[in-house]
Design a protein around this ligand. Structure first.
Ligand SMILES: [Zn+2]
Ligand SMILES: [Zn+2]
Length: 305
């Protein structure tokens, strides 16, 4: 796997999950794009709810592109039924405008509708970067998550689910999938509706040679990204006995792995840390969390050994 920190190009900051008045968001697509652009984002994906109630929107945001700011077409897809009886939510970034709708008239499951696994696969086949949306908010089980073979990533932090119901987490399911050997990456998103303080709180930093929708989607699929609420990660390198991390000023640098394995290094305004492997040495995968003094986090994708 290519190391994101030594890969060519630069990091572009983007939000992959956003809603507008084309579904249940408060702001029209142009104003949503303007706010992200003026907040200094390099790109965003408008991902309105792809259901019949909203006429299956894949909003054309191309006219809101500007120098230094691009948009990716996408949607939040719905179909089937999770094991708790609720409708599936799947994030698809990089969809064609002509993507065929599933039988999803509203926010309720329809008996006999396409499975979430099949819909996710169709989205992937159509070129999209696919993520399992907000697992904790959904009440998703590990069995549910396992079925989505087409997912490139788990949405491990959802800022709207943090703001609105204190259920932002996807790391629990993400780490269990990793421990089963599933090569899956992670993304932080806003899921902004602008109906509450649900915006500018979680984003991806994508390494690409240009700020171009196709290049960004390809980089995401290749795992050339990390996720953040504020801190920067500048290097992650595995040596024989430690994980070497360079980052913006941090209070804690933590490495997680299989099962109970984790190790933290704490300090004052650390811009580098050497985290000893200790019991992480036996884990087939590792990932890094950087925490700043305000408690904001950045998360690497998993490293495989
Ligand atoms: Zn959702
Ligand atoms: Zn959403």
């Amino acid at each position: 796997m290519t190391d994101v920190f030594s890969a060519p190009g630069r990091f572009y900051r983007g939000n992959l999950h956003t809603h507008s008045t084309r579904s249940d968001g408060a702001l029209d697509p142009g104003e949503v794009c303007r706010r992200y652009r003026d907040e200094g984002y390099d790109f965003m994906a408008l991902t309105d709810h792809f259901i019949g109630l909203y006429k299956f929107p894949i909003t054309d945001t191309r006219k809101f592109r500007a120098p230094g700011f691009t948009t990716i077409l996408g949607a939040e897809l719905h179909t089937g039924r999770q094991s708790n009886g609720d409708l599936w939510h799947i994030l698809a970034v990089g969809l064609p405008e002509a993507f065929t709708p599933p039988e999803a008239p509203h926010f309720y499951p329809v008996e006999g509708s396409e499975s979430a696994a099949d819909l996710a696969q169709r989205a992937r086949d159509a070129g999209a970067f696919v993520a399992i949306a907000h697992p904790q908010w959904s009440g998703l089980t590990l069995d549910d998550a396992r079925t989505i073979d087409a997912a490139h990533a788990v949405e491990t932090y959802n800022h709207g689910c943090w703001a609105g119901c204190d259920r932002p987490d996807g790391f629990a399911i993400n780490d269990l999938l990793l421990s089963e050997g599933r090569r899956i990456n992670l993304v932080a998103t806003d899921d902004a509706h602008f109906t509450e303080p649900d915006h500018f709180g979680g984003w991806v930093m994508v390494k690409a040679v240009e700020n171009d929708p196709e290049a960004l989607v390809e980089a995401l699929k290749s795992g050339l990204s990390y996720s953040s609420q504020g801190p920067e990660i500048r290097r992650v390198e595995l040596t024989g006995k430690a994980v070497e991390v360079e980052c913006s000023a941090a209070a804690s640098v933590i490495v997680q792995g299989h099962g109970q394995a984790a190790k933290a290094v704490h300090g004052l305004s650390m811009t580098r840390a050497s985290v000893p492997l200790d019991r992480l040495a036996r884990s087939p995968w590792l990932r890094v969390t950087v925490v700043d003094r305000a408690g904001r986090r950045a998360w690497s994708n998993p490293l495989w050994r």
